[in-house]
Design a protein around this ligand. Structure first.
Ligand SMILES: Nc1nc2c(ncn2[C@@H]2O[C@H](COP(=O)(O)OP(=O)(O)OP(=O)(O)O)[C@@H](O)[C@H]2O)c(=O)[nH]1
Ligand SMILES: [Mg+2]
Ligand SMILES: [Zn+2]
Length: 307
């Protein structure tokens, strides 16, 4: 046998400067060093979960990453204190599931709106996944999202309700589950694939989780692959640009093009067709009002970044 060999696979987990690469049925522990470090300074890590890589294995079976292939997609989070550094939560994913818990749904809508906008912006075909539907019925609350055209699944990891349609959507694709801690992302994956035996946590009286999952990992689930991620502390994944934010609200699209100004932010500008649509009941008022909050946050971020 040769002293060293190359393998091709994809990154399933990361820890510090070590990552685990799956190639065929095996996983190899690989280090990231040398040439790779150059060039990608704007990123927190050079390699992300989901990356397709080439690694060199030495005679003892220890690997080092030689090459990271160009990514088809990225799910990015910006670190709040250094907005120019991007953290790639997952690479090469085909679809993003924005997970919320039914019993916390009303408080989660603004976070959901931000996740969906980030998903649309990053072309990740976002799907809404409402878990814990055994606790309450939130179909009416979510109706504006269905009207906006978002695929929405109502499920329960506890009772198994709705898992078959979810399974069908996962087949043959790479997906990522994102959402607050405690909504049941890992529980859903266990319900789909009990052999995974992922750690699941408790929820405190306010309905908040305890950050049970501590790092992202790519798992084989239901004839597809899913990246389970740690709960987002801050729902904001992305720094939105105030002038662009509404482009990522598909329900605004039919009205936006009728606004008087092409640069309309739909806040105070005259002859704004989006505002008129809200007044006429053609566009959901809740979505619009939360949009104004997200817009204000984006504006504040822009101001704080001015030299
Ligand atoms: N009633 C009910 N409880 C659920 C359901 N799914 C999960 N839970 C509970 O919710 C809690 C949190 O579940 P996790 O799967 O750890 O949540 P998570 O989203 O993975 O949380 P992090 O890893 O911290 O991001 C656990 O106590 C689960 O038992 C469900 O469908 N119904
Ligand atoms: Mg988890
Ligand atoms: Zn407008």
């Amino acid at each position: 046998m040769a002293d060293s060999q190359h393998i091709e696979g994809f990154v399933v987990r990361l820890h510090g400067r070590t990552c685990w690469v799956r190639a065929g049925a095996r996983e190899y522990e690989c280090s990231m060093r040398g040439r790779l470090k150059k060039g990608r300074r704007q990123q927190k890590s050079l390699v992300a979960v989901g990356d397709e890589v080439v690694a060199l294995l030495d005679a003892g079976g220890a690997g080092s990453i030689e090459e990271v292939k160009a990514r088809r997609s990225e799910l990015i989070r910006h670190t709040p204190h250094s907005p120019n550094i991007k953290h790639v939560i997952a690479a090469n994913v085909d679809q993003m599931f924005a997970v919320i818990a039914a019993d916390q749904a009303a408080q989660s809508l603004i976070g959901l709106d931000k996740l969906l906008a980030a998903g649309v912006m990053q072309s990740l075909a976002p799907v809404i996944l409402v878990n814990k539907c055994d606790l309450c019925d939130v179909r009416a609350l979510l109706a504006p999202y269905l009207a906006a055209g978002f695929a929405t699944l109502f499920v329960s990891a506890k009772t198994g309700e709705g898992l078959e349609p979810l399974r069908a959507r996962l087949a043959g694709k790479i997906s990522v589950f994102v959402g607050a801690s405690g909504v049941g992302k890992s529980s859903l994956l266990n319900a789909l694939e009990p052999a995974l035996d992922l750690r699941v946590g408790g929820v405190d009286r306010r309905g908040e989780g305890r950050h049970t999952t501590t790092s992202a990992s790519l798992l084989r689930v239901a004839a597809g692959r899913v990246v389970d991620t740690p709960g987002l502390r801050e729902f904001g994944l992305t720094n939105f640009n105030t002038s662009e934010l509404s482009l990522f609200y598909p329900d605004f699209a039919p009205f936006r093009e009728k606004c008087k100004f092409a640069t309309c932010t739909h806040r105070h500008e005259p002859k704004c067709a989006v505002r008129t649509a809200v007044e006429q009941g053609l566009l959901d008022r809740g979505r619009y009002e939360r949009y104004l909050t997200v817009l204000r946050e984006a504006w504040n971020t822009e101001q704080s970044q001015r030299p």
